[in-house]
Design a protein around this ligand. Sequence first.
Ligand SMILES: [Mg+2]
Length: 283
Amino acid sequence: MSVLGAIIGDISGSTREFEREKLSGKDDVVLLPPNSFFTDDSVMTCAVGNTVRRWLALPGEEQTEERFKAALVTEMQTMGMLYPGRGYGRRFAGWLEDPDPTPYHSLGNGSAMRVSSVSFLARSREECEQLARWSAEVTHNHPEGVKGAVCTAALGFLARTEKDKSLLRAAAAEYYPELSDPSFTVAWLYDTYQFTEWCQHTVPQAVECFLEADSFAETIVNCIYIGGDCDTSAAIAGGIAEAYYGIPEELKNRAVEMLTRDDATGDLVSAVQGLYRENGSVS
Ligand SMILES: [Mg+2]
């Protein structure tokens, strides 16, 4: 298991990302609607997943920060080139084409939306947080950009084994104290939340959508219901919800079908298959 939760969130939110009018109710949310499509969030999720998987297969002495970051930069640029025009932010699009790319102090939510594989592949919470930090730092070396990635990955890591949501809430509130405020709810976010691409205004909202849900599907529904940059918030919450609940087979199969339909080069599908191969759950 590892990246399909984020991909399902991304595809499901893709048709709503730029809608400023909110839906009138949760019943209006459709997961994986026929006209939806994968965006930058899925592409970069697969790039991080490929990098983490290959890095963890290296002999221990070669598992260095420098090696990880160099491989990640190459992989993100390669994947970005293979899938152009998928909604990359302006500065990130420039970074993708830069022959000598350097971090640009971003605090955007892109660091958190691409990190879900780390929750599943890391062998300890310490390793999880370290890989999440490194994965952010190649572009999002602002403290808020790093924090968003670390919180998302750590919560996904904990969600695999810890099925007590009050403990998960407490862990997430160490990064974002608003998560312990009883008035910070999906209902309140529906009334007040506005579009933002800032990490610190996307990750806690995505986490609340997960914490209040009773299933994987409801997590994604909540993210789209509150509005905003919902392909990204649903990608963030989708990875955490996958770690906690798993994904219903029907949704998993439809997501792979939609990816296959739109994946001209096949690189995204093979990234997903590579990440799931050990579990044999995606053929
Ligand atoms: Mg996107």
